[in-house]
Design a protein around this ligand. Structure first.
Ligand SMILES: Cc1cc2nc3c(=O)[nH]c(=O)nc-3n(C[C@H](O)[C@H](O)[C@H](O)COP(=O)(O)OP(=O)(O)OC[C@H]3O[C@@H](n4cnc5c(N)ncnc54)[C@H](O)[C@@H]3O)c2cc1C
Length: 304
């Protein structure tokens, strides 16, 4: 699986492929993103709520290199937070630190995230810091800790089960009583840092969920994997973990029937709703996850 993912992501990184997909792919990308505008994203929020699914809004954008662009993205995110705060639903926004200039200067990302957290606190919006590729994990965790030390409670972190370091990272975070989203991990990573096989990744995923929940901390179980979802339902029941301590999270457009079923069963269910014009890297990762998704895109491009 990791061979497939690394291969697809390597191809996707070629400028010619990006040009081709960006030119013809928006219609195809719409399967995984809510649209290019905030209005389209808010319309998606309303539709999801009709099925009992709460939204996590995400302004697409990452790996920003200049300060001006990072500041522009921060303004977009604050605008999104303010708009979301006006809706009568649970409110939740995800951000990527490289979108806020992490690669330019950690201080810049911290400054901009603080501004976002202030606006979010006023509007009762929760902010999740997404986790990016392994060279950025240390800095991302440091920014998370800095925000908690600055007194922000409305912020959470993500840990990736495929990274060999994640169990130790969780251990070190426990004093912060962290809200953690557990995911498998979506980037092309070398075998020195990441487990390549599904069985180990599933076992590590379970270990992270168990550890954070047994410590009494809010935990988001973010996967479309039936094996892990079944396990999580059974394990939380057997351990009498209160339902308000954990939730299931999914990606917009992936297994919508499963999302509705989970909400109908009474579990807190959220869908990650990305929107914006910078959809290419996000789209590439979705394609890299499943051969079926790549075939769907190839068929779409060939039809043109
Ligand atoms: C809410 C959310 C937030 C995320 N945030 C991050 C993050 O911050 N950082 C990060 O690195 N990654 C993040 N991810 C991505 C994550 O790391 C995985 O890459 C992604 O979720 C795919 O792994 P999976 O466990 O969902 O399913 P997979 O391992 O891809 O698939 C498991 C099984 O699910 C089923 N399945 C999957 N997709 C479909 C489909 N389209 N149709 C039918 N069946 C399907 C199949 O049965 C498959 O065998 C996030 C994921 C979610 C859901």
């Amino acid at each position: 699986m990791s061979l497939w993912r690394n291969g697809v992501l390597a191809v996707a990184n070629r400028p010619a492929v990006e040009r081709l997909v960006r030119r013809y792919g928006m219609r195809l990308a719409r399967r995984f993103i809510a649209g290019e505008t905030l209005e389209e994203a808010l319309a998606a929020v309303h539709r999801l709520e009709e099925d009992g699914i709460h939204a996590i809004l995400d302004v697409l954008g990452e790996m920003v290199t200049g300060e001006a662009m990072a500041r522009a993205f921060a303004e977009e995110i604050k605008k999104t937070v303010r708009a979301f705060a006006g809706l009568p639903y649970p409110r939740y926004v995800s951000v990527k630190l490289t979108q806020l200039g992490l690669d330019t200067a950690r201080e810049l990302a911290e400054e901009l995230l603080k501004e976002i957290l202030e606006v979010a606190r006023t509007g009762d919006v929760f902010i999740r810091i997404d986790m990016e590729d392994s060279p950025r994990v240390d800095k991302t965790l440091a920014v998370y800790r800095a925000m908690r030390e600055a007194g922000f409670e409305n912020v959470g972190i993500v840990l990736q089960a495929y990274l060999k370091r994640s169990e130790a990272d969780l251990e070190a975070l426990l004093p912060y009583r962290p809200s953690v989203r557990v995911v498998k991990g979506a980037y092309a990573e070398p075998p020195e840092v990441a487990y390549p096989d599904l069985a180990t990744i599933r076992a590590k995923f379970k270990a992270l969920v168990e550890k954070n929940l047994l410590a009494g901390n809010p935990t988001a179980i973010a996967t479309h994997d039936d094996v892990l979802i079944r396990w999580a339902k059974d394990w939380t029941k057997a351990r009498e973990i209160p339902r308000n301590l954990y939730e299931f999270q999914f990606l917009f457009g992936v297994r919508p029937a499963l999302q509705k079923k989970t909400a109908r069963e009474g579990y807190t269910t959220r869908a990650y709703v990305p929107f914006g014009t910078a959809w290419y890297p996000y789209f590439s990762r979705r394609i890299a996850e499943r051969p079926e998704n790549a075939l769907f895109v190839l068929r779409g491009l060939l039809k043109r």
